[in-house]
Design a protein. Structure first.
Length: 97
């Protein structure tokens, strides 16, 4: 079983996470998994990225939220989110949102 931090690092290192490619039918399920495993990120994603306000994060909404989280978390802009950056971004979201 992959730990949530490791799963997120794998998720955000993908170059496809920068934006959703046009014509791409299925967003990565890993984007959904990160929000399902972390209540702080799930509540943040629901508050800001649940476009249809159905209190569910759909795969496309999760992809957009994951890209936004990556922008917050990747402090050194190297395209990867380390476990330390993940924890810092999670704490930032918990304190601010």
């Amino acid at each position: 079983m992959i730990r949530p931090v490791a799963a997120f690092v794998l998720l955000v290192t993908s170059p496809l996470m920068a934006q959703i490619a046009p014509g791409r039918s299925q967003p990565t399920p890993a984007a959904l998994q990160i929000f399902e495993r972390d209540w702080v990120l799930m509540n943040w994603a629901l508050k800001y990225y649940d476009a249809d306000k159905d209190i569910r994060i759909e795969p496309a909404e999760a992809q957009v939220a994951a890209a936004a989280f990556r922008r917050i978390a990747d402090a050194d802009n190297d395209g990867r989110v380390t476990p330390a950056e993940y924890r810092a971004a999670r704490a930032f979201i918990l304190a601010r949102y």
